[in-house]
Structure formats: structure tokens, C-alpha cells
Design a protein around this ligand. Sequence first.
Ligand code: RTP
Length: 155
Amino acid sequence: QSGWTGVNERTFIAVKPDGVQRRLLGEIVRRFEKRGFKLVAVKLVKASEELLREHYWQLRNKPFYSTLISYMSSGPVVAMVWQGLDVVKTARKMLGETNPADSLPGTIRGDFCVEVGKNVIHGSDSVESAQKEIALWFRQSELHRWESSTKTWIY
Ligand code: RTP
């Protein structure tokens, strides 16, 4: 879809079941907000196996695939869409490396986890993946367009 570049670039972020259970949602949302990104969709979902199989289709032949699917369906995840300049790449930097052991302190995985099989958060790895993942996890009507109001709300 055109129009999804520049400041309108979007990425799909999911706080995985371990992140939700460990009450890391607020901290993660805070980091994205403070970095300057805009939340355009969010929901708490118990992902179906069908959805997860589609989401991780490219990993279907990996030895950890079935462990990954059961981990991801072990509890609700928080699915989000964040928008902003270069958000796909910047979000991946904020997340850290896939393996938390390789993630620098200051990144989400580098600050909050140690195991690749419990790495707290997912982020799209390219603009193309982001478009596919957003379409997979959200209906069009769940994606919101909003601007910071120029009116004064707070007196
Ligand atoms: P994600 O999709 O979750 O953001 O992760 P990623 O791109 O950094 O990593 P990817 O290679 O796509 O792997 C997806 C998820 O599978 C789990 N994993 N387990 N060796 C293992 O046991 C192993 N390797 C990967 C992780 O949860 C990883 O995030």
C-alpha cells in the first residue's frame, strides 16, 4: 500500500505472553511513546494457532517452530501498530537482537530477558512484513488515524 512511508510508516509490535504476564506492557508502551511514535492500533488477544501459523509461516521448518507456537498461544498477547518516521528499523533497534544474550542494555530485550524462547516482544523486520502482519492481526476499522489536537484540552 502506498502512503505507508516517511512519517506514516507503520510497524507491527506484539508484546508476547511472557511480556504481558511479567507486567512489561506499560514500560514497553512508554518507550515507544517517548521515542516519538504514535499508537494507531492496540488490542489484547489470545492468538489462535491458525493465526500464529500464518504469522510464523517462514519459520515452519525450524526445529523450534512447535515450541514457538505453543509459547505464543500460552496466554494473551498485546498486538499494536506504531506509526512514525523509520519506525520499522528504529523499533527493531529498540527491541534488541532476537537472542536476548546478544541484546545491548538499553534495548527492551537487553533490559528485560535472557532467553531466546522467552524474548518478550515481536517487531516486524521490514516494511513489507509489517504490511502483511498488520493485515493479518487487524481489521482496517481497528487502525486509527488521529492528529494531536491544536485545541487546548488541559487547563
Ligand atoms: P520476532 O519475529 O519475534 O520479532 O523475532 P525475530 O525476527 O527477532 O526472530 P525470528 O528469527 O523471526 O524468530 C522468531 C521468534 O522465534 C523464537 N526463536 N526461538 N533458537 C530458538 O529457540 C529460537 N529462535 C527464535 C523467538 O521467540 C523469536 O523472537
